[in-house]
Design a binder for this molecule. Structure first.
Ligand SMILES: C[S@@+](CC[C@H](N)C(=O)[O-])C[C@H]1O[C@@H](n2cnc3c(N)ncnc32)[C@H](O)[C@@H]1O
Length: 352
């Protein structure tokens, strides 16, 4: 997939070509930029004039990090987008391409249909939607502009400009950049048209043992390989310290169920092996090892993505390097039978 580089310098950002016109605006002191990409127009968040030349990412411990959010500190660079694209392939294989009601909700029935993906990252999910449902308007929001991002914005600022606009509102793995996830659920619900679909996928920055019990920092020892769990716990704490909600995944079902405007709630959870440890050649073992290999590679890349976040916390750099190296070894040896838990909730907005 081609995309604009996120390492814009000032000159890059003042570009004006046929495929992507860029305008910038200011709201509540935060920069908000709308890009009108190829086929879809979308309203700018604010029409206030503001300087249009600035850098959207900075180099931070060797990785490109967005300049808008103090909360979200994972990279926004080509290395990270490649990781997200591969992760998308893994999720689609294991969880299915779409939530079960989505094709019906987006069916071409003569009415205009629209979808928003909040925190779209590399855009892999929303690009699939645009391809599979070409009659729909596909809107992609993120902290950094890329090709196919319709609006560059911090979704912590609210979504009032989108109220009553969408048939599907989707967010996946954004909790580390969200200050108030339950508030985001309310905002997303209000962006929906009656009977619209809210669709959330999150993980909780924890590693689980073979009995699906979380491995906490106090655990671990010579007999329990827990380096990855220790590393993941460091990330969990660092995300929380920056104001994100690393444990949102564990509350999604309750928050969605409690929302007065949502109904038809479906909860699903998926246990991804962290590496391929199954023996034998049964279809189940082969499937397990394929997912385990994809998840291992995802985590190996994630160990690098999390480094700037950890190094900018009050952690000893030598300790971070040591735990990261131990976690990498643990993954490559494939002896630890551990899991990542991914939680998915979807629901419909009531017809009123
Ligand atoms: C881990 S990536 C996941 C990307 C994509 N949803 C996926 O599943 O492939 C999280 C994305 O959410 C974006 N993000 C995080 N916090 C955000 C915020 N407050 N407003 C807008 N985007 C945000 C990040 O910039 C990043 O691209």
């Amino acid at each position: 997939m081609s995309r604009h580089s996120t390492e814009y310098d000032d000159d890059d950002f003042s570009m004006d070509d046929d495929s992507c016109s860029v305008a910038s605006s200011c709201m509540n002191g935060a920069r908000s930029v709308s890009t009108t990409a190829t086929s879809h127009d979308w309203e700018m968040r604010s029409a206030s004039p503001a300087p249009s030349m600035y850098s959207v990412t900075s180099s931070f411990y060797g990785r490109g990090i967005n300049n808008y959010s103090d909360v979200y500190r994972l990279p926004a660079d080509d290395e990270e987008f490649e990781r997200l694209d591969l992760q998308h392939v893994m999720f689609s294989e294991v969880m299915g391409r779409y939530a079960q009601p989505l094709p019906e909700v987006l069916a071409d029935d003569g009415r205009p249909k629209a979808v928003v993906d909040l925190g779209c990252g590399s855009g892999s999910w929303i690009l699939d939607v645009a391809k599979d449902f070409p009659h729909c308007s596909a809107v992609a929001v993120d902290l950094v502009p890329m090709q196919n991002v319709s609006e560059v914005d911090d979704i912590n600022l609210g979504l009032q400009h989108f109220y009553d606009s969408f048939d599907v509102a989707h967010a996946r793995l954004v909790s580390s950049g969200i200050r108030d996830y339950n508030g985001l659920i309310d905002e997303m619900t209000q962006t929906l048209r009656p009977r619209g679909l809210i669709h959330l996928i999150e993980f909780d920055f924890r590693v689980y043992d073979s009995k699906h019990r979380p491995i906490l920092p106090a655990h671990g020892g010579p007999k329990e390989p827990a380096a990855l769990a220790r590393w993941m716990n460091l990330v969990n704490v660092a995300v929380e310290q920056r104001g994100g909600e690393p444990d949102a995944a564990n509350h999604l079902q309750r928050w969605i169920t409690a929302h007065p405007s949502l109904e038809d709630v479906v909860y699903r959870e998926f246990w991804f092996p962290t590496c391929p440890w199954a023996r034998g050649t049964t279809p189940e073992a082969l499937r397990h090892n394929r997912t385990g290999a994809m998840m291992r590679d995802d985590i190996l890349a994630f160990l690098k993505s999390g480094r700037p976040l950890l190094l900018s916390s009050d952690l000893n750099p030598d300790l971070v390097a040591e735990i990261e190296a131990d976690a990498e070894r643990e993954l490559l040896e494939a002896k630890a039978h551990t899991y990542i838990r991914v939680q998915n909730v979807y629901a419909r907005r009531k017809a009123q």
